[in-house]
Design a protein around this ligand. Structure first.
Ligand SMILES: *Cc1c(COP(=O)(O)O)cnc(C)c1O
Length: 457
């Protein structure tokens, strides 16, 4: 095999700017609402939770936002990340398609989440924040923020969804090694947590509830602590754009251009990161790449949820945004892709899906682990269960290309490695994974769980 399979950029190719799709998007952003009044938020409301730099990015329509030097210095620990041609996977599938993956699992905390953890910690540092609070599902975000907080000398308090806290103690040990303080959510440290425990002492928790706890602690800290979110919000998707910007350059090195770009979606940040620079090329430079977001059938917010205003968290303390949602009180089935169990989706991504610029599909967890195994056995990397949703869709695309005899070019984002997810792989090997598709009667009931928003038009 003489074909090149690894496309590396040098450190001088590290992007100097983040890309903001809102400068080019044909879809106008919807307002962010105060959860109490259901009226558009004032900057004061957001400034209780976030530093000003982050709030400005959230509403910015600047096309390119300069990456601070302090942040680029830290990115150099793992960026630029490699783009790989999955030649051995192609061969195993017998497909004429060319499959590439962008590997974000080389970051020290093991996923793309470090790409936003570092700038968020930096912007908080320069605005005088004394501590950060956050939630984590599987633990990837908590690890990334604990690391970034330590780099900038800011303590990090992490509310970890109880089911993951119990099932994934090793992620907790990693967070603690980075200096993070980790609490199982629901905890007895907040009103939201105590209320959930009073109702059900064995509550598994959910991302929505853990967010409520982290938001509450920040909101009641008198300005000392700020809250940090690892996905969903627009500034997070802006930070992840470096993934797609690098991929564009690397596809150039490979001498090909993608017909389809794929990413898994939990809150939508790693997908947005790889997809938006390609969407820019579609919108401005006549490219026609299909952009495909992949979610679990267990949490089908894009494919079955409703595009409506909803609370970002269970206790209705976080801002209300218009997004594809399963309802803020959604309690997801305990599937093994903890990072994809959020009830909502990034508002900008939701609007782009709604307007038809981006496609979405759902895959079930057995197919996901089957694809993950083939990937591990051919490419050698053990993927995170979240990332394996993207692999599963890429394999489907490649097999379709085989049937049609098409020489399609497929690119997907391998958002993280699965070294902390081996219990999930064991369940798969033992045949214990269940098909946890979200029931239709619960889908039909979503409208009854949404706030009644009446905006002046
Ligand atoms: C958190 C996580 C996701 C899901 O979050 P997005 O914001 O949708 O990217 C996907 N993959 C990995 C490895 C994660 O840690």
């Amino acid at each position: 095999m003489s074909d090149q399979i690894r496309f590396d950029l040098s450190q001088s190719d590290l992007p100097k700017f983040y890309y903001n799709i809102n400068a080019d998007s044909p879809v106008a952003p919807n307002p962010v609402l105060n959860p109490v009044t259901l009226e558009p938020v004032t900057p004061d409301f957001l400034s209780v939770l976030f530093p000003m730099e982050v709030i400005m990015q959230e509403i910015s329509t600047e096309r390119y936002i300069e990456i601070p030097d302090e942040v680029r210095e830290i990115y150099k620990l793992w960026r630029p990340t490699p783009l790989m041609r999955a030649a051995r996977l192609e061969k195993a599938l017998g497909t004429p398609a060319h499959i590439y993956y962008k590997y974000e699992g080389v970051s020290p905390s093991g996923s793309h989440k470090s790409n936003t953890a570092v700038p968020q910690a930096f912007y908080n540092k320069i605005s005088g924040t004394k501590a950060l609070t956050t939630e984590t599902g599987a633990g990837q975000w908590g690890s990334a923020l604990s690391m970034a907080g330590k780099f900038f000398d800011i303590p990090v308090e992490v509310y970890m969804v109880r089911v993951s806290y119990d099932q994934k103690p090793y992620r907790r040990y990693l967070m603690e090694t980075y200096g993070g303080e980790v609490y199982a959510s629901p905890s007895d440290r907040t009103d939201a947590g105590r209320a959930a425990l009073a109702e059900d002492p064995n509550c598994n928790g959910s991302l929505g509830l853990a967010i409520s706890e982290a938001v509450e602690v920040a909101a009641k800290s008198g300005g000392k602590k700020k809250y940090s979110l690892g996905s969903v919000l627009h500034h997070v998707c802006i930070h992840q754009s470096i993934v797609g910007e690098e991929t564009l350059k690397q596809m150039d090195m490979a001498g090909e251009y993608p017909d389809v770009v794929i990413g898994c979606v939990g809150g939508g940040s790693n997908f947005s990161g790889i997809a938006y620079p390609f969407l820019r090329e579609n919108l401005k430079n006549g490219q026609r790449t299909r952009l495909l977001a992949v979610e679990p059938t267990a949490t089908p917010s894009l494919t079955k949820g409703i595009f409506a205003f909803d609370y970002g968290d269970t206790a209705k303390m976080a801002p209300v945004v218009k997004m594809h949602t399963l309802g803020h009180d959604f309690m997801p089935p305990a599937i093994h892709a903890g990072g994809l169990r959020y009830h909502g989706m990034a508002p900008v991504l939701s609007a782009l899906v709604d307007a038809g610029y981006i496609d979405a599909m759902a895959v079930d967890q057995k197919s996901v682990f089957a694809a993950a195994s083939v990937f591990a056995q051919t490419e050698g990397i053990l993927p995170a269960p979240e990332s394996a949703h993207a692999i599963c869709a890429a394999v489907k695309e490649a097999l379709e290309a085989k049937e049609k005899g098409e020489k399609k070019v497929i690119v997907f984002n391998l958002s993280g490695h699965g070294h902390f997810d081996l219990a999930a792989y064991e369940s798969y090997h033992q045949g214990k994974l269940v098909d946890a598709a979200y029931p239709d009667e619960k889908i039909a009931d979503i409208p009854n769980h949404l706030p009644k928003v009446k905006l002046a038009t």
